[in-house]
Design a protein. Structure first.
Length: 73
């Protein structure tokens, strides 16, 4: 289990991709080069985030920092 320092929830991080599939599709249909660049950016901007608030940087729930957050310190 992981702990989110932003919203305080615990859970298993989910995978997220920045950007929009609709914008990517539009760029591919209209212009090839911007579509390629946007696709590459989206592929390199994937991250694991909080299932509640999508924030990056979840920490292990049993770490001292997470325990301090849970106590309210």
């Amino acid at each position: 289990m992981m702990f989110c320092t932003r919203c305080g929830s615990t859970g298993i991080p989910r995978g997220y991709t920045k950007g929009s599939f609709g914008v990517e599709l539009l760029l591919w249909l209209c212009m090839i080069l911007p579509g390629v660049l946007y696709s590459v950016w989206r592929l390199t901007s994937k991250y694991k985030g909080c299932p509640s608030c999508k924030a990056e940087g979840m920490i292990p729930a049993d770490s001292p920092m997470a325990k301090a957050y849970q106590r309210g310190a």
